[in-house]
Design a binder for this molecule. Sequence first.
Ligand code: CTP
Ligand code: MG
Length: 221
Amino acid sequence: MTVAAVVTAAGSGTRLGLDVPKALAPVGGIPLVAWAASSLAAVCEQVVVTAPAEHLDAFRDAVAHVAADVVVVAGGETRQRSVALGLAAVRPDADEILVHDAARAFMPVAVSGRALAALEDADGVIPVLPVVDTIVTTSDGALGYLDRASLGAVQTPQAFRATELRDAHARAEADGFEGTDDGSLLVRYGYRVVTCDGDVEGRKVTYPEDLDHFEQRIATP
Ligand code: CTP
Ligand code: MG
């Protein structure tokens, strides 16, 4: 079985507000994209990183030390387009593909293992965490309470059979359908997607306080 990974790192990190793309933000002196790629290298034969087109050299430098076959390609306007461009660079003999956000750089590698293991009986696997907050809908000024027990927060890495992931992306592009993750594309086209347990360490770096959290986390293991 050949496993490859696509790391989405082509976003700018508007909410983080640094003068470099978010995936180049350092924690412990190491850029987020390098943390993410190193963790995937433990379970993959190839790691494809999507980077902002104007920063390809900086991203190649950032992942140069990662002990795996790492390829850096330009991402696109949206996360979904970045994944599609990454998929085009994945080796054609890959049977299984993990899609992971560089912004979740500290997700334990065990979650990749769980997702790949659950792929035995599915076309796609998404890591999910229970929702701890009460969630309401606020559109149109109307307040609606959702049943928390039936909700889950979706993380990455998500694992997919390569053929099905490529097909779902091609069909979504043809339809103009934009999902917020890759699992939603497979669900839309009738593929079987299951869940596995996520991990709180896979918290996404979005705001400056998220970077501070992980800086402290690695300083006090
Ligand atoms: N991403 C991407 N290509 C895009 C947009 C986002 O590859 N066109 C990636 C980001 O690099 C990130 C992941 O998708 O690893 C999740 O996106 P998000 O956390 O929203 O990151 P940014 O879009 O960079 O941040 P912001 O929304 O604050 O600008
Ligand atoms: Mg974004």
